[in-house]
Design a protein around this ligand. Structure first.
Ligand SMILES: Cc1cc2nc3c(=O)[nH]c(=O)nc-3n(C[C@H](O)[C@H](O)[C@H](O)COP(=O)(O)OP(=O)(O)OC[C@H]3O[C@@H](n4cnc5c(N)ncnc54)[C@H](O)[C@@H]3O)c2cc1C
Length: 398
């Protein structure tokens, strides 16, 4: 049996794919779907996220984006959901619950990302980026300011030009994790609502996990547990996101992101819009139910998840430069999440140095995008790409 430690989008996707393949698997998480996956905007945007130094990341992202439509179709069917037929209704699902909203599908949309520029410098930078993308054979269209506003009439008049990455997509991550939980439940995969305090080792081998005792005010002992405070497993798959380094020697650190959800009676945008404002990137992601997600800060502050006045001020100030109408919208939610960062910004996927330990962590800014690829790599697919994420590139991982 496999034990997956961590029930974010990565761990749940892996568990679901293993269960579909007929492998016995248990998921352990004190609060499934409450981590970075709860905060994420859900952009599936490898092309518009590309930078000159990150070609390997781009290859991984493009490969995972290609897998998303089939992943979403299988998940929708497996979770017993109705595929979305037009804009989804209702509020987003809560972290662990399967709400009515999920039944409307995953809100997977593929109208592309529009990257816009204001000043001459930004425009020149976008031009260079376009040339780089074209060299890589990636689909991209250069647009004038007027063409940008024709696509997105709510854009600021000061937008001078842009780049459209027509293949980029996005999804509602909360719907995805809720659907994964539903699919796992339908396949009778045990979900143990407890924290793992340590990995069990026998000699050099990882043989299972020890569960942390529930806090005194916890209403019940973990359900579905294999009795007692240990679960033995052939493989332990560590997918605990930003918390992974607490359980194994992996170079993963938390990178805080504050993000805001606004509610609009009529959709302001029809595709993802992003741009550089005051030297910082900002993006706006429209959901099918009229919600507009504005993200995100990037802060190296350890495990701090406070939402700050300064963070929100910067998000709103920058978003208003792109789309002035955002200030009219109702604030639905503000939240901070912890991205699992790695030294080279690439995820860490594959066998750890200790037999019995498998790593699936460090997805940084792209865990939602990369979930289908990660699950595929752990099933032995995508050999070439798997080598890019191999834990072996770091010494001392155990
Ligand atoms: C503001 C923001 C915006 C983002 N936008 C995007 C985006 O647009 N597109 C994209 O692809 N990515 C985005 N990301 C990144 C994405 O959210 C992450 O890469 C992804 O969610 C990582 O998934 P995960 O399952 O590894 O981690 P998480 O979702 O953090 O899940 C980890 C899980 O591990 C559990 N856990 C922790 N410790 C233990 C333990 N000891 N025992 C058991 N369980 C434990 C936690 O409870 C949690 O449920 C964004 C992130 C943030 C913060």
């Amino acid at each position: 049996m496999d034990v997956v430690v961590g029930g974010g989008v990565v761990g749940l996707s892996i568990a679901w794919r293993l269960a579909r393949a007929g492998r016995p698997v248990t998921v352990v998480d004190p609060a499934p779907a409450s981590g970075a996956s709860h905060a994420a905007a859900g952009m599936l945007a490898p092309v518009s996220e590309v930078t000159y130094t990150e070609e390997p990341l781009l290859r991984l992202g493009v490969a995972s984006l290609r897998r998303w439509p089939a992943f979403a179709a299988d998940l929708t069917a497996d979770a017993g959901l109705t595929p979305a037929a037009g804009p989804a209704a209702g509020p987003a699902a809560g972290p662990a619950g399967v709400s009515a909203a999920v039944r409307d599908g995953l809100d997977l949309r593929a109208q592309g990302t529009l990257d816009v520029a204001f000043g001459a410098d930004d425009l020149a930078a976008l031009g260079e980026l376009a040339a780089f993308m074209e060299k890589l054979g990636l689909p991209v269209e250069r647009l004038t300011g007027r063409e940008c506003r024709r696509l997105e009439p709510m854009l600021a008049p000061s937008v001078r030009g842009g780049l459209l990455a027509p293949g980029d997509a996005w999804v509602d991550p909360r719907r995805v994790t809720a659907a994964l939980l539903a699919a796992l439940e339908r396949r009778a995969v045990p979900l143990v609502r407890a924290g793992v305090s340590e990995l069990l080792r026998d000699g050099g081998r990882v043989t299972g996990v020890r569960l942390a005792p529930p806090p005194e005010d916890h209403p019940a002992a973990p359900e579905g547990s294999e009795q007692g405070d240990e679960i033995r497993a052939e493989r332990v798959i560590l997918a605990a996101g930003a918390w992974s380094a607490g359980l194994a020697d992996v170079p993963v650190r938390p990178v805080k992101g504050q993000i805001m959800r606004l509610r609009s009676p009529v959709p302001l945008l029809s595709r993802c819009v992003r741009g550089m404002v005051h030297g910082a990137p900002v993006y706006l992601v429209p959901r099918g139910d009229g919600e507009l997600v504005v993200g995100a800060t990037q802060e190296e502050l350890g495990f701090d998840t406070r939402v700050t006045a300064g963070g929100l001020y910067e998000l709103l100030r920058d978003a208003r430069e792109l789309v002035p109408g955002v200030t009219e919208l109702e604030v639905a939610e503000v939240v901070a999440g912890l991205r699992p960062g790695t030294p080279d910004n690439l995820p860490i996927i594959g066998p750890g140095a200790a037999p019995g330990l498998v790593l699936a962590t460090g997805h940084y800014r792209g865990g939602v995008l990369m979930a289908p690829l990660t699950a595929a790599i752990l099933q032995g697919e995508e050999g070439d790409l798997a080598s890019l994420c191999s834990p072996a590139r770091f010494r001392d991982i155990s």
